[in-house]
Design a protein around this ligand. Sequence first.
Ligand code: BDR
Ligand code: CA
Length: 355
Amino acid sequence: MTNRITRREFSGLLLAAGAAAASGGIATAAETGTRRKVIFDTDPGIDDAMALLFLHYLPQIDLVGITTSFGNHTIDVTTRNALYMAERFKINAPVARGVADPLVGENGPPPVYVHGKNGLGDIPLPDKISRQPDPRPAPQFIVDTVRAHPGEITLVAVGRMTNLALALRAAPEIAGLVTEVIIMGGAFGYFGNLGNVTPAAEANIHGDPAAADEVFGAKWKVTAVGLDVTHRVEMPQDYLRALADEAGDPGKFIWDITRFYENFYRSAGMPSIYVHDASAVAYLADPTLFKTRSGAVRVVTEGLAFGETIQKPDSRRFPGGAWDNRPSQAICVDVEAEKLRQLYRATIIAGAKRA
Ligand code: BDR
Ligand code: CA
């Protein structure tokens, strides 16, 4: 696949970008005429599936690999779901199967009450899928791809960070070869936000805190798109209904899978769904939609606050401790939710037209 962006794609990009067309991220891609190479590490998962379509249809992105993680379901199911999506939406990127368990301990029971028994809101799925996974395990796929494209790969990780941590352990030099790492994960207490698995912890981090702590501690640039911002981005039912009407098969797919998700949120007293993983993709597409704060991040790996993410802002001084000698990483602390929704909608509609 070429890494040049065609004139037609570029026009599509401008159309798709809508209100965000003037933003820094998109202008950069247009200026350079290149597409950013991305590996998407994901546990589909309803909001993962929404994020994958967003990435697939962003014209400035070259999706070079999908690696699967356990979390929203077992690794078998999340890998099957990624392969299903690749087949249905003609996503050419290879799909590499991730590891089944966290660095320490074992994966717990999947949250079927959030994502359904099949991980995709219990929409009917075919018994057989022709697309086959890449022969390499996900950490190896990440190492190989980063080494093959030094300085070019962005990792977007929206599940447990286990594959990334294992890739780092196998080849620590990749930290210096990756462009940047964008994760959906964490709850940093901004706006008083709590976790979503415990009062302290967000699901992706709680599922493998040791892996997350290694990812935050490596010498690469990490941006965490956590609950502090994803709990400020909702997609109401009428927005999803309009997408189903305007965005062809992807729009209908998003509508179908979000029926289950919406019921889960409604049962928890929420009128509409939170947009977790697609918010991480939005940061990639247009970081100007977000406000960030920098500082070293630690993850609590044992005890009552297991999975809690704590940042020491660079602006604060403390008399020494566990945050010393760790790289300064970015956490998102604010988001322009309406613009994010517009960017998502415009991208899916334009992508559906091109498909
Ligand atoms: C995260 O956990 C998963 O349920 C979602 O896919 C998202 O990545 C939100 O806490
Ligand atoms: Ca996810």
